[in-house]
Ligand binder design. Structure first.
Ligand code: ADP
Length: 451
């Protein structure tokens, strides 16, 4: 079922509330007037009956029969017109004033009293025609005016709700025109300072966040395509050159080796991109379990031994025997330490040392990787964790600037902080500080507490 507009519903509710209010108000006025007028008549009749009874008691001592009736008739002459009195005694006495009861609506009071052992039934009536007429008039007035008042008020309600909801329509119309192409546009904020103005401001802040996210994503896609273009061009030109004329098997092997190396670089780049994109969209599944970071570091160091030897760098890992347990994902931590150690080896001077340490203190576990060589300039330091940022592009060391971005993303997923200190041309020290976990805790509790 299609919902009616807020304007329609507001007007209907307003109309219903107004009708109910007016009906109650009119009804109460009518009832209170009626009770007041009838009360007055009742008091009148009661007074008249009492006076009549008193007069009758007095006169019945002195007169009887038709003389008594004459006296009573005289008394009744003084009553207001159109009222009547009837008195009947148990022993046959009967008095009516006037002789013939007028054809009117009466308010009637009946009472009994006894005089000299005879019980008398007294009935006193007063006409209510005038009161009924007044009440009827008031009733008609209320009933005929109420629809007019309701109609005028409802029209006013339609106009008012239209005015109140106009900013909502303006905001909807403006929101309809905003799409990914013009995300920099903003909704008009009504100058009312009310809830609608606040809602619009919140929507505008959301738009600003979306705009910046879309900008980052577009930049990321542009950088990624640019990075992929270079190895693809190398592969293509190497293959084309090799195919241009017949060559010796050694030349072919050389070309294929070059192509294989470029393909591997591309594979790593694509894998890193995929991991980052997954983490950005929250799709990367990273189940956490109790993990000894020292164990992961030992694996990474032994894997990198060959590369270290090739670069003539000594890796000194003083890890000790005790475990340093955190809630972690083994594969992701492995990648994080590979990135840091690979950089340390890459930017270390030949013959230098790379020092790997783990410190446990105050429910924190800090992993530090220090190297002595290129160092990082103060100008580059704030940027090295950005995607595709490379301090010295001319160095041609084969990196593509995604390593540290990925490392930071993995650290964040572990609730860890990553920081760097460096002196250009001398040393760099990267530190990842993890929150420590009790090794006895079950694995399930880890994933829950890290969710
Ligand atoms: P890359 O693939 O270029 O190494 P990273 O994201 O891992 O990309 O690092 C970004 C930049 O930070 C590097 O290009 C390098 O300039 C600088 N950098 C990272 N680690 C070190 C280090 N240990 N010593 C000196 N510079 C470093």
């Amino acid at each position: 079922m299609r919902r009616r507009s807020i304007r329609f519903r507001l007007t209907v509710w307003y109309g219903v509330a107004l009708t109910a209010g007016l009906a109650i108000f009119g009804g109460l006025i009518w009832l209170s007037l009626r009770s007041r007028l009838m009360g007055e008549i009742d008091r009148d009749i009661d007074g008249r009956a009492s006076r009549f009874e008193k007069y009758f008691r007095g006169e019945s001592m002195e007169a009887a029969g038709s003389q008594l009736k004459d006296e009573l008739n005289e008394f009744c002459q003084a009553l207001p017109p159109s009222s009547y009195i009837s008195l009947r005694g148990d022993r046959g006495f009967a008095f009516h004033y006037p002789e013939k009861t007028p054809a009117e609506n009466f308010r009637v009071l009946q009472r009994q009293f006894s005089v000299n052992g005879e019980v008398f039934h007294l009935e006193v009536g007063a006409p209510v025609g005038e009161v009924t007429h007044t009440l009827q008039l008031l009733g008609w007035l209320l009933l005929s005016l109420m629809p007019v008042v309701i109609a005028i008020a409802s029209l006013g309600g339609v106009w008012l709700s239209g005015r109140a909801l106009k900013p909502v329509n303006d905001i909807s119309a403006a929101a309809l025109t905003i799409s990914i192409e013009n995300l920099s546009e903003r909704l008009p904020v009504p100058a009312t300072g009310d809830e609608l103005a606040r809602l619009t401001e919140v929507l505008n802040t959301m738009l600003a966040r979306l705009e910046s996210a879309v900008k980052t994503l577009s930049q990321f896609v542009a950088d990624a395509s640019h990075e992929l273009r270079t190895p693809l061009a190398v592969i293509r030109t190497t293959a084309e050159l090799a195919l241009r004329r017949a060559r010796s098997p050694e030349t072919y092997r050389g070309s294929l080796q070059e192509i294989a190396a470029e393909t591997e670089r591309m594979t790593q780049l694509v894998e890193d991109l995929l991991l980052l994109a997954r983490r950005d969209t929250g799709m990367a599944e990273m189940p956490l379990a109790p993990i000894d970071v020292k164990e992961v570091l030992r694996d990474v160091c032994s894997e990198m031994r060959g590369l270290a030897e090739m670069r003539q760098v000594r890796v000194k890992a003083s890890l000790g025997d005790d475990a340093a347990v955190i809630a972690g994902n083994r594969a992701a931590l492995h990648r994080l330490f590979i990135v840091l150690l690979d950089n340390a080896l890459k930017y270390s001077r030949a013959g230098g040392d790379v020092i790997v340490t783990v410190e446990s203190a105050d429910s924190q576990i800090a992993v530090a990787i220090e190297d002595f060589g290129a160092g990082i300039s103060a100008a580059d330091l704030p940027h090295i964790f950005k995607r595709f940022y490379r301090a010295d592009r001319a160095r041609g060391d084969g990196g593509h600037g995604l390593g540290l971005a990925l490392a930071e993303s993995i650290a964040r997923a572990h609730g860890a902080a990553i920081d760097v200190r460096s002196v250009e041309g001398e040393w760099s020290k990267f530190r990842v500080v993890f929150p420590a976990r009790d090794a006895r805790m079950p694995a399930r509790a880890f994933s829950e507490s890290s969710a």
